[in-house]
Design a protein around this ligand. Structure first.
Ligand code: HEM
Length: 129
């Protein structure tokens, strides 16, 4: 049986994954609905963009740019522990990601599949109700 394509392959490789991370932060900077999440970030998003791109590459089955063994949900949660993340922040984060995928014209099946895994991980990042 043929192996299932990874998200990394389905998105279109490293350049496409990097584009997604940039579009995500472009939406966050543009859409006032994501104001609270934007305010949690540093003014200069250069590092955040790069870290997210590298994380996504590795998490989705591409090159290990982020550095093992750190791409796991528990580690990521610890990196968010100092933030106040409730359902509002989770939904703002999801708004940025789902909007980014839509604006990049991902096919609907890919949008649905990615939304599911992003939503699970974003929910896990919550530090309060
Ligand atoms: C659910 C709501 C979330 C909020 C409010 C949030 C917010 C933040 C903030 C403020 C930072 C610090 C940025 C910086 O200092 O440059 C950060 C870092 C990061 N976030 Fe999130 N995040 C959320 C969910 C997620 C999810 C679901 C992922 C992965 C898909 C993710 C991936 C990352 C990565 C990789 C970093 C860099 C970690 C590091 O190097 O320390 N975040 N996040």
């Amino acid at each position: 049986m043929a192996e299932q394509a990874t998200f990394y392959e389905r998105i279109g490789g490293q350049t496409a994954v990097t584009t997604l991370a940039h579009q995500f932060y472009d939406v966050m900077q543009r859409d006032s609905i994501a104001r609270d999440v934007l305010e949690m970030h540093p003014d200069d998003l250069t590092r955040s963009r790069k870290r997210l791109a590298n994380y996504l590459c590795e998490w989705f089955g591409g090159p290990k740019l982020f550095g093992q063994p750190y791409v796991n949900p528990d580690w990521l949660k610890r990196r968010h522990q100092h933030l106040s993340i409730g359902v509002d922040a989770r939904d703002q984060w999801m708004h940025c990601m789902t909007t980014a995928m839509r604006e990049l014209n991902y096919d609907l099946q890919l949008q649905q599949d990615l939304t599911k895994v992003f939503f699970e991980l974003a929910g896990f990042m919550r530090t309060r109700v």
